[in-house]
Write a protein that binds this ligand. Structure first.
Ligand SMILES: [Zn+2]
Length: 57
């Protein structure tokens, strides 16, 4: 089910009109674009940073 004028958050499923708000994060995973809403992007960032940290140390 794809609705062309909408983007959906890859995590919580929240939807926004195209183009997504600047607060949304777009990441490309294996050629597929995924968007994350502001709240999920923040959670995601923290998770990514946490992962980097534990890898780094
Ligand atoms: Zn979300």
């Amino acid at each position: 089910m794809r609705s062309p004028g909408l983007v959906a958050c890859g995590r919580c499923g929240a939807q926004a009109a195209q183009p997504p708000p600047v607060t949304w994060t777009c990441s490309v995973e294996r050629g597929a674009r995924r968007y994350f809403c502001e709240a999920c992007a923040r959670d995601n960032l923290r998770a990514i940073e946490g992962r980097l940290d534990s890898d780094w140390w």
